[in-house]
Design a binder for this molecule. Structure first.
Ligand SMILES: C[S@@+](CC[C@H](N)C(=O)[O-])C[C@H]1O[C@@H](n2cnc3c(N)ncnc32)[C@H](O)[C@@H]1O
Length: 548
């Protein structure tokens, strides 16, 4: 073996991004007749990527590395000779040890079964397009030439931190341990087997591949699990470790905006929801995946999302935030007057959305909601979301801002299931979100509250929130249009204040209808069933750690 071959061998051995086939034998085919073959005893074939981005096929006996044959997938072609036979035409210089001048040569590859032969052929074609395949390996599948839409609109540093975060098992565990979330996805898929049975599924942002495994369990014919972070490699391991369902899953490492698939999907599955539904801007990737991969009239799990909003009154929260800025009122901090920065600090604290689980009795009126139909919305429509506000106060109170949460619908043919993050419902790792007004407004029972909740996407995978709330004055002058008490604020959804230490003293009442047709019976767990450790764990949410 020459030095280059030795170095390639060691690269390949060190590289864990492989997929392997057994029950294979290979023979060299002479140029005079494609059927005249000189056998090479091999038992396995591996698809491997080296660290320089090369994609190779290696045949050999694991116990005899010297018998290895390397094939550069990029410069070779595969032809079908029979149900269990393939012909691989390769550059002669790619055959290890060859000293011939470059010309074409062929290898005849025979398989023990037709299924192995088919799987090998598909894997080869996918790897040729730089698409990874099978339960045991994932390769990067990125276009080096074109910058994809994701890269155009998202700052590189934000994306780097984002995918670094999701590349770690502890953060995937955090999501998996949100049993309300994971259990609802599981139930929605298993109860709607009819939608999955024999269908091609694409898992958009597969993470650990948990949803792909659920889809395979629900009878999917094949699942393409697309994941951009390093988690794709762990997903391969999980898929390989669950072979009875994993053999129908292909893990593809890359962004949904740029990878290619060999076929269209009948169903998309995804968990693209961030805080307030839209944070992380992954919904846009879900929509792009719909346009790229879904057959017309294909299903999406989930298919719609709703952002719910309601005015709230929470004197202690308002005081807690205002007090944080008092530090900056000091006139003699080691001899320095800090007060010139008090105003800015006050504004900064009030520009953070508050994430916690609050008592729904703090709401001043019933909620309204804004629906996002994932099956129809255009990606660009998510760049700015404008929600007009109109409420009637149920009680007289000081309104301290707007409380928000979301839910998504799995619109199965057999069972419809909602995943809700509503206050009072079993807590999820998303909790709820509240936007605070530094200047509260006073309302009387029956008084109208109007305003605007405007979300503008930014390149750090989040949104700037502009909130305005007004209360029409009652009494003299009200008939002539009245006077308005108005308060506004600008909030960065990327920079939330996580306030999870105080758990709400509210207990979910099983007889209580949440709102707008959400059946509490559809919610899988009651608060009593949730392990407090899980709530503690979920405080370590993606957004908390990423500051998304
Ligand atoms: C909220 S996690 C969900 C993971 C998994 N589906 C689950 O339910 O546990 C979102 C995953 O999507 C991946 N992701 C986000 N945007 C992506 C994109 N544009 N292309 C591919 N993967 C993406 C992230 O790396 C992350 O692992």
């Amino acid at each position: 073996m020459d030095a280059h071959a030795k170095s390639m061998e060691s690269d390949l051995l060190q590289n864990d991004r492989k997929c392997e086939f057994h029950g294979v034998s290979v023979s060299h085919v002479s140029s005079s007749s494609s059927r005249e073959a000189s056998p090479v005893a091999v038992s396995s074939a591996w698809f491997v990527a080296d660290r320089f981005g090369g994609h190779f096929l290696r045949f050999g006996l694991p116990s005899f590395p010297s018998s290895t044959v390397h094939v550069d997938i990029g410069t070779s072609k595969l032809f079908k000779l029979g149900p269990k036979d393939l012909l691989c035409v390769i550059e002669v210089s790619e055959i290890e040890g060859s000293t011939d001048k470059p010309c074409s040569r062929a290898l005849r590859i025979e398989f023990e079964t037709e299924d192995i032969c088919k799987a090998f052929h598909l894997t080869f074609e996918l790897w040729k397009q730089k698409i990874p395949c099978t339960a045991t390996g994932a390769l990067e599948n990125r276009s080096n030439v074109l910058k994809c839409k994701f890269d155009d609109k998202i700052e590189a540093t934000s994306a780097m931190m984002y995918f670094h975060y999701y590349g770690q098992l502890l953060h995937q565990q955090n999501m998996l341990q949100d049993y309300v979330r994971t259990g609802t996805y599981f139930a929605a898929m298993i109860e709607n087997r009819a939608d999955f049975n024999g269908r091609v599924v694409v898992d958009v942002g597969a993470g650990s591949s948990i949803l792909s495994l659920f889809a395979a369990k629900a009878g999917a014919k094949h699942v393409y699990a697309i994941e951009a972070s390093e988690m794709a490699d762990y997903a391969c391991q999980l898929v390989a470790g669950n072979p009875s369902i994993g053999n129908r899953i292909t893990v593809i490492k890359g962004k949904v905006e740029e990878v290619e698939l060999p076929e269209k999907a009948d169903i998309l599955i995804s968990e693209p929801m961030g805080t307030l539904l839209v944070n992380e801007r992954m919904l846009e990737s879900y929509i792009i995946a719909r346009d790229r991969f879904l057959v017309p009239d294909g299903k999406m799990f989930p298919s719609i999302g709703r952002i719910h909003v309601a005015p709230f009154s929470d004197e202690s929260l308002h005081t807690e935030i205002a007090i944080k800025a008092i530090f900056w009122q000091q006139k003699n901090f080691f001899g320095v007057d800090l007060s010139p920065l008090h105003g800015s600090a006050f504004q900064a604290y009030f520009s953070q959305p508050v994430v916690d689980a609050f008592d729904p009795r703090l709401l001043v009126s019933p909620a309204t909601f804004h629906t996002i139909d994932f099956t129809r919305i255009k990606e660009e429509e998510l760049y700015e979301i404008d929600i007009p506000l109109h409420f009637t106060a149920s009680v007289g109170a000081r309104v301290h801002g707007l409380a928000c949460w979301f839910d998504v619908l799995f619109d199965g043919s057999s069972v419809q299931r909602w995943l809700t993050t509503a206050p009072g419902a079993p807590t999820t790792h998303w909790y709820q979100l509240r936007c605070l007004l530094s200047q509260p407004i006073y309302v009387l029972s029956g008084q109208e509250i109007t305003g605007r909740f405007n979300l503008v996407a930014h390149s750090a995978q989040s949104y700037t929130i502009n909130l305005t709330m007004s209360a029409k004055m009652v009494g003299p002058g009200a008939d002539q249009g009245g006077l308005l008490q108005t308060s506004s604020c600008k909030i960065n959804l990327k920079d939330p204040y996580y306030r999870m230490a105080q758990s709400p003293n509210y207990v979910w009442n099983q007889d209580q209808e949440l709102e707008e047709g959400i059946d509490p019976q559809e919610i899988i767990q009651t608060p009593e069933e949730i392990d407090p450790c899980i709530i503690l764990q979920t405080a370590d949410s993606p957004e908390a750690l990423l500051n998304l």
